[in-house]
Design a protein around this ligand. Structure first.
Ligand code: G6P
Length: 594
C-alpha cells in the first residue's frame, strides 16, 4: 500500500524524506511526492519513481517535511493524484495511506461550501476538512476533521505556519521513529532504521503532535502514553548487501532464518518443542486465516498439524472468512501474516476475537497491529523483507507451523526426536540447494520463453505448487497456475500444448507413484515437464524433460526445499525477462485496504 513519511528534527528534512521514501518504495511506486516547510509549503510530486523525483528537488534547508509513495486506489497514477494533497490556501499539506470511505459525500459537501478539488483521490478531502476547521491550531483542526471521516487512515498533516507535524491513525499502520532531538514518521519500520531502532506504534484513534523535542499523544481528547519498542533488525539487514536484488539476497538468507526461527524453542536436552503456548484442553479444532503467500504457508501447516497432532485444522482466506458464516466452536484461531498489518487479516482476527475464540498471530513484525489484537503472538524472526514477493518470511512461517505441530504432537518421543533432528538439518540442506543455484538459473532461461506455465503437486506439496505459480506470475509476468496434480485432467488439460510447460513436484511420499502417472498423462499431451525431484531419484528422468534436484529430506519437510527451488526458478526467470523483480507492477508488499 502507500508509504507515508514525515520528519521533524535537527537534520535537514529533504534528504531524510527522500531516503525514507526509497526504503518504503516496496509499499507502492506509482507516484511519489514530498512537501517541505518554507516561507510557504514547497511541494514536489509526480507519477515517477523516487529516484527521478529526487533529481528535480531544489536545495531546501527546512527541518520539517512529509513524503509519500503511492499505490493507487482512487484515481490513476498522475501528477495531480500524487500526494501530498493541499487545501485551497495551499498552507495545509497531507499524505495519507488508507481509504476514506465517505469521501464522495464529504467532497460534495465541501464543494458546496466553496472548496475546490483538483484530484480524483479520496485523500484530498482531508486537507480541505482540516482547512474548514482550522483556527490557528493544527491539532485541534485534525481532531475535528477526523470526526467527519469514516474509513481507514494513517496520515500526516503539516501547516506552513508551524514547525511540527500532526499524525492520526485508524486501521492503517503508523510508526514513529524516536531519535535524538528528532522524530521520523513512517508506515513501516525499515524506513526509520537508518536513524533509530526505537519506535512507537500509534493505536487506532490516536492523534500525535510532533515537534523537534516532544511527542504528545491523545486519544478521545485524553493524553495517552504509548510504549517504545526496540526493533531487533539492523540497517544492514534492510539493504541489498551487494546482491542485484533484495529478492535474491532474501532467498540466500533462508538457512539463517530457519535457524533463527527454531532456535530458542527446541530443547537442547530432550526432543521437546516449547513455544510457551499452552494447549487448550477443550480445543475442538484450529482455524488458520491468512492472505497471499501466508495463506499457502498455512495450507502446508494444516497438513503438518493435522498429521502430527490429530487436531482438525481448517484454513480460510481471511478476506473470504470476513464474509462467511464459518462455524466457530471451541476453535483456536491462528492468523498468519508476515507484516501483521494486512487489512483483511486484521479484520478476520477481530471477528474471531469478537466471537470469543482464543487467537494467536504468527508474524514477523514486532509490535505490529495484529500483535496488539491477538491473545498470543509467535514471531518468525525473518528480519526485514523488502522484496514485494515474499520468500524468507514464507519459509519462516513454514518453520513456525512445523514447530507448532511438533509442540502439540501426539507422536511418540522417538518419531518426534527424528523430526526435530531433521528440522535442525534443514538449514544445511537449503544451503546445499542455494550452492547449486546456477543449475536452476539454466532451467530458468528455458522457462522464460513461455507465456503460460502450470505447477502441479499433491498432498503437502500442492500448496507449494500454488506458491510456485504465485512467485512466477508476480515477478516474471508469466501466466502461471498451481493445481493439484489430479485435477489437471478436469479442465486444464484442454490448455496443454508443446507451448505450455508443467512444473511437477515429485516428492518421495505416498503421492509419488500417482504423480508419476500424472506426469505421463501430461507428456502424452506433449507439454514439456520440469520435475522438482530429490537427489538419487533416477526413475523420474525417464519421464520428464528436465529435472531440478533438491536435497533429500524427510517428506514432511519437502515443502521447504521445493519452495526454495521454485523461488530460485521464479527469480532467474524474471531476471532473464528483465523484469523489475523487487517491485513488480501493480503490487504492494503490505495490503492495508480490504
Ligand atoms: C501482499 C504481499 C504478499 C503477502 C500478502 C499477505 O499481497 O505482496 O507477499 O503474502 O500481502 O501479507 P501478510 O503480511 O499478511 O503476510
Amino acid at each position: 500500500m502507500c508509504g507515508i513519511v514525515g520528519y521533524v528534527g535537527k537534520r535537514q528534512a529533504q534528504p531524510v524524506l527522500v531516503n525514507c521514501l526509497k526504503r518504503l518504495e516496496y509499499r507502492g511506486y506509482d507516484s511519489c511526492g514530498i512537501a517541505l516547510l518554507g516561507k510557504n509549503l514547497e511541494i514536489y510530486k509526480d507519477a515517477v519513481r523516487i529516484e527521478s523525483l529526487e533529481k528535480s528537488l531544489r536545495p531546501n534547508s527546512s527541518h520539517t517535511g512529509i513524503g509519500h509513495t503511492r499505490w493507487a486506489t482512487h484515481g490513476k497514477p498522475s501528477q495531480i493524484n500524487a500526494h501530498p494533497h493541499t487545501d485551497c490556501s495551499g498552507k495545509i499539506a497531507v499524505v495519507h495511506n488508507g481509504v476514506i470511505e465517505n469521501y464522495l459525500q464529504l467532497k460534495e459537501q465541501l464543494t458546496k461550501e466553496g472548496h475546490t478539488f483538483r484530484s480524483d483521490t479520496d485523500t484530498e478531502v482531508i486537507p480541505h476538512l482540516i482547512e474548514k476547521y482550522y483556527q490557528g491550531n493544527l491539532e485541534q483542526a485534525v481532531s475535528r476533521a477526523i470526526v467527519d471521516i469514516t474509513g481507514s487512515y494513517a496520515f500526516v498533516a503539516m501547516h506552513a505556519d508551524w514547525r511540527g507535524l500532526v499524525v492520526a491513525r485508524n486501521e492503517s499502520p503508523l510508526v514513529l521513529g524516536v531519535g535524538d532531538k528528532e522524530y521520523i514518521v513512517a508506515s513501516d519500520v525499515p524506513a526509520v532504521l537508518d536513524y533509530t531502532d526505537r519506535v512507537i506504534y500509534l493505536e487506532d484513534g490516536d492523534i500525535g503532535v510532533i515537534t523537534e523535542n516532544a511527542l504528545r499523544c491523545t486519544s478521545n481528547g485524553k493524553q495517552v502514553e504509548r510504549t517504545e519498542h526496540r526493533i531487533p533488525w539492523s540497517m544492514e539487514e534492510a539493504q541489498k548487501a551487494g546482491h542485484e536484488h533484495f529478492m535474491i539476497k532474501e532467498i540466500h538468507e533462508q538457512p539463517r532464518v530457519i535457524r533463527n526461527t527454531y532456535k530458542g524453542y527446541i530443547s537442547a536436552l530432550e526432543p521437546v518443542v516449547n513455544l510457551g503456548i499452552a494447549k487448550n484442553t477443550d480445543l475442538s479444532d484450529i482455524l488458520i486465516l491468512a492472505c497471499g503467500t501466508s495463506y499457502y504457508a498455512s495450507l502446508v501447516g494444516k497438513h503438518v498439524i493435522q498429521s502430527l497432532s490429530q487436531i482438525p485444522v481448517r484454513v480460510e482466506i481471511a478476506s473470504e472468512f470476513n464474509y462467511s458464516d464459518t462455524v466457530l466452536g471451541k476453535t483456536w484461531v491462528v492468523v498468519v501474516t508476515q507484516s501483521g498489518e494486512t487489512a483483511d487479516s486484521l479484520r478476520a482476527l477481530k471477528k474471531a476475537k469478537e466471537s470469543g475464540c482464543r487467537t494467536l498471530v504468527i508474524t514477523n513484525v514486532v509490535g505490529s497491529t495484529a500483535t496488539r489484537i491477538a491473545d498470543e503472538t509467535l514471531y518468525i524472526t525473518a528480519g526485514p523483507e523488502i522484496c514485494v514477493a515474499a520468500t524468507k518470511s514464507f519459509i519462516a512461517q513454514l518453520i513456525m507451523l512445523y514447530l507448532l505441530a511438533l509442540a502439540w504432537s501426539s507422536a511418540g518421543v522417538r518419531s518426534r526426536a527424528g523430526l526435530i533432528t531433521e528440522l535442525r538439518q534443514l538449514p544445511n540442506k537449503v544451503q546445499e540447494l542455494l550452492d547449486r543455484e546456477e543449475e536452476i538459473a539454466e532451467q530458468a532461461k528455458y522457462l522464460a520463453r513461455y507465456e503460460n506455465v502450470f505447477f502441479v503437486g499433491r498432498g503437502i506439496n500442492f500448496p507449494i505448487a500454488l506458491e510456485g505459480a504465485l512467485k512466477l506470475k508476480e515477478i516474471s509476468y508469466i501466466h502461471a497456475e498451481g493445481y493439484p496434480a489430479g485435477e489437471l485432467k478436469h479442465g486444464p488439460f484442454a490448455l496443454l500444448t508443446p507451448d505450455t510447460p508443467v512444473v511437477a513436484l515429485a516428492a518421495r511420499d505416498n503421492t509419488y507413484e500417482t504423480i508419476l502417472a500424472n506426469i505421463k498423462e501430461i507428456k502424452a499431451r506433449e507439454s514439456p515437464v520440469i520435475a522438482i525431484a530429490e537427489e538419487g531419484d533416477d526413475e523420474i528422468d525417464k519421464y520428464v524433460d528436465f529435472v531440478i534436484r533438491v536435497p533429500r529430506v524427510d517428506p514432511v519437510f519437502s515443502p521447504v526445499v521445493n519452495a526454495v527451488a521454485l523461488q530460485l526458478l521464479a527469480y532467474y526467470t524474471a531476471r532473464e525477462r528483465g523484469c523489475p523483480i523487487d517491485t513488480p507492477r501493480n503490487l504492494a508488499k503490505s495490503v492495508t485496504v480490504e
